[in-house]
Design a protein around this ligand. Structure first.
Ligand SMILES: O=C(O)C1=C[C@@H](OP(=O)(O)O)[C@@H](O)[C@H](O)C1
Ligand SMILES: C=C(OP(=O)(O)O)C(=O)O
Length: 429
């Protein structure tokens, strides 16, 4: 994909449904009694992998554009898949399924693409094994392909070393099937869609502060049954982030992104844009399907470097590649720290952001847990290696909009994972 400079970005844009909520709508809908209708479902490759896995476990799912209907079979209604479950590129599918499959009375095997099969699964294997689960890495220890064998589960209190919603969700989902209650404590609060949605589906689940550590925690009780819900998926703030960056950076621009989910565990991008000096306004804030949403208006702004770390990181972890692009175009130094989790995404995003921004002329250095960017306010076109990482392809397409000359994004089709229509949205000339 060749991207050329573009400006005067004006008007109202829509981005697809939230990836995290879309995955969970299929999973919880499949485990619920009754029929779950979902609107604004993300039809990206990752969520289609989740649909495919549940079809292989006997769940009927109808697709009609971005509306889907899931004919749930109840908490113990899944059947043994006849083939390997193909989890594609999706870490969320894999790790949440690790928890959920641990509670079934059949064996199942999951495998994904090269990127997925090299990502760490020990982070869910360890707590799930403490619950009694049996998850066997078939090729490389701590990685998929993974076979999950049936075994009775006991509730645990797990103090997670990482703020990861995927780890938290895997343990809580296994907890639905365990004897006794299950608590997950995390170092800082990660996205809480599992807690909110499981509660809506009828689970006995509560979030709070752990008395012993003072850290965020969630506790789930063993569950008899979940019940079908209608779900309106908010538009994905992680996808809206590219439009926010484009609207702030491109010349003479003022654009609005509609119906974006602004759940505080996801909304760090808004705070960062404002702290960098960006004109960002939330219009018409309201609730849709239990989640806060708003229309986000941004306009061309002079940006300044800031320090981003601590509790903010889990609320914008997937947006860091595009935040790094904003930092390169800003005045002053941006320090991104406490973000070592970037190393275990679809690529090592510290490396892929740093090497690609360097190729575009930025002054950027990798650190152990993030990066330091000395903003120069300019970038030049280059050939960008996406390494098949959708966030890298999209972040650098935005860089290409404001760089001098042409930018070529290699393997740009990988945007399909979370935003299939990205290059047709009107941002690109
Ligand atoms: O739970 C989820 O839906 C997700 C959690 C995050 O991963 P971690 O929980 O591993 O940080 C995020 O990067 C991913 O895109 C989606
Ligand atoms: C990290 C991501 O997703 P996952 O972990 O589900 O592959 C992402 O979408 O940026």
């Amino acid at each position: 994909m060749i991207v050329r400079p573009n400006g005067h970005l004006r008007g109202i844009y829509s981005v697809p449904g939230d990836k995290s909520v879309s995955h969970r709508s299929v999973m919880f809908g499949a485990l619920a009694k009754g029929t779950t209708h979902v609107t604004n479902f993300l039809t990206g490759a990752d969520c289609l992998s989740t649909i495919d896995c549940f079809r292989k476990m006997g769940i009927a799912i109808e697709e009609n554009g971005n509306e889907i209907t899931i004919h749930g079979k109840g908490l113990r209604g899944l059947s043994k898949p006849e083939t390997i479950l193909d989890v594609g590129n999706s870490g969320t599918t894999t790790r949440l399924l690790c928890g959920l499959l641990s509670g079934q009375d059949f064996s199942a095997t999951m495998s994904g693409d090269d990127s997925l099969n090299s990502r760490p699964m020990g982070r869910v294997q360890v707590p799930l094994a403490q619950m009694g689960a049996e998850l066997v890495s078939l090729e490389t220890a701590g990685c998929a392909p993974l076979q999950v064998n049936p075994h009775p589960l006991t509730g645990i209190r797990y103090v997670s070393p990482v703020a990861s919603a995927q780890v938290k969700s895997a343990v809580l989902l296994a907890g639905l099937y365990a004897q006794g209650e299950t608590t997950v404590v995390e170092p800082t609060l990660s996205r809480n869609h599992t807690e909110l949605m499981l509660k809506a589906f009828g689970a006995d689940i509560a979030a709070g502060v752990d008395a012993e550590t003072g850290l965020p925690c969630a506790t789930v009780q063993p569950c008899a049954e979940l019940y079908a819900q209608d779900i309106q998926v908010p538009s994905d703030i992680s996808s809206a982030a590219y439009f926010m960056a484009a609207g702030l950076l491109a010349k003479d621009s003022c654009l609005t992104i509609q119906n974006v989910g602004t759940n505080p565990t996801r909304a760090g991008m808004i705070a960062v844009c404002q702290q960098m000096g960006g004109n960002v306004e939330l219009r018409n804030p309201r609730l849709a399907g239990g989640e806060p949403i708003a229309d986000i208006q941004v306009s061309t702004s002079k940006l300044y470097g800031i320090t981003i770390g601590g509790d903010l990181i889990p609320t914008l972890i997937d947006e860091i590649p595009v935040i790094a692009v904003m930092a390169a175009m800003a005045e002053g130094t941006t320090i991104i720290k406490d973000a070592a989790e970037l190393k275990v995404k679809e690529t090592n995003r510290i490396d892929t952001v740093v090497s690609n921004l360097k190729a575009m002329g930025a002054d950027i250095t990798a650190t152990d847990d993030g990066m330091i960017i000395h903003g120069t306010g300019k970038l030049h076109g280059a050939t960008i290696q996406s390494h098949l990482d959708h966030r890298i392809a999209m972040a650098f397409a935005i860089a290409g909009l404001v760089a001098e000359g042409e930018t070529a994004i290699q393997d740009a089709h990988c945007v399909d994972v979370s935003f299939p229509t990205f290059f047709q949205t009107g941002l690109f000339a």
